[in-house]
Design a protein around this ligand. Structure first.
Ligand code: FPP
Length: 262
């Protein structure tokens, strides 16, 4: 019965995704989408499961969204995988997550490589446990030449930390005489962020219903559109992703300018 249920659910989801896909304007697909994958813990709690089972189910949602990005030729997807504050969670959750990242990467790497997806990490990878770090380093190395989609995993990442790291580098350059203090402007800061070649996100999607940015891409999301979805991340599928993109396409982006209606 459970198996039949699963087949039925995936058939319905496939249909929903096809319908949602048809509503999208292919001329206005964002180049860069960022996601805050929130709600894994709540999803697990509602089912009486350990939190790590919510994160495991969340890995499947990330897979669906990656496929959604390739369907639409989206060039960059950044996913908030582990924040620099997440170390404060219970030790078994942190070690479970590190283990899950490693297992998941090792399970998916052949397909990611085959689909020409480049894996990158945004954050302080050097502070991550050695085995997990090695999996990320090997995935990054193996896929470094791919250009179809960049899957950027924000890992041990914090927006304030990233800006502080950029400020420190600029200060060091000024002290060493390789740049002047006057040359430090917004472009200079942007050039010293962790992935300066990646364009700013056009859209940030947050699941789980909370209306906050949680120290995510603080500099880069200055003019991003926000889309907050009530669904918990493990329930988020390709059809939900396409619906969020439709919402984005109905927004008028202003970048601080006035429009004819103002
Ligand atoms: C936040 O939900 C989610 C995380 C801290 C982890 C997200 C990780 C994954 C989905 C796995 C992805 C796998 C790879 C390989 C990158 P929460 O625990 O804060 O949820 P809550 O708000 O319900 O407590």
């Amino acid at each position: 019965m459970a198996k039949t249920d699963g087949i039925l659910r995936s058939g319905i989801e496939k249909l929903r995704a096809e319908i949602a896909l048809k509503k999208l304007d292919r001329e206005r697909i964002p180049a860069h989408v960022a996601v805050i994958m929130d709600g894994n813990g709540r999803w697990a709690k509602r089912r009486g499961l350990p939190r790590i089972d919510g994160h495991k189910a969340g890995a499947d949602s990330l897979r669906s969204v990656v496929i959604g990005c390739t369907d639409l030729a989206i060039r960059y997807l950044t996913a908030y995988t582990f924040s620099s504050e997440n170390w404060q969670r219970p030790t078994d959750e942190v070690s479970g997550l590190m283990e899950l990242f490693r297992e998941q990467l090792e399970r998916e790497i052949d397909e990611l490589d085959g689909e020409r997806i480049r894996v990158r990490v945004l954050g302080r990878l050097d502070e991550v446990p050695a085995e997990t770090r090695a999996s990320f380093e090997s995935a990054m190395e193996r896929t470094a030449h791919h250009e179809r989609l960049q899957l950027i995993l924000a890992l041990n990442y914090g927006g304030r930390l990233e800006i502080a790291d950029a400020a420190r580098r600029l200060a060091q350059e000024a002290v060493s005489g390789s740049r002047t203090v006057e040359s430090i402007d917004a472009d200079a800061v942007a050039s010293r962020l962790y992935a300066p070649d990646v364009p700013d996100p056009d859209l940030v999607i947050r699941t789980g219903g909370n209306l906050r940015i949680s120290n995510y891409l603080l500099w880069q999301s200055a003019y991003a559109e926000m889309c907050v979805v009530e669904k918990l991340w493990p329930d988020f599928r390709r059809s939900d992703f396409f619906r969020a993109l439709t919402e984005f396409q109905h927004r008028e982006r202003r970048f601080g300018r006035l429009t004819s209606e103002d």
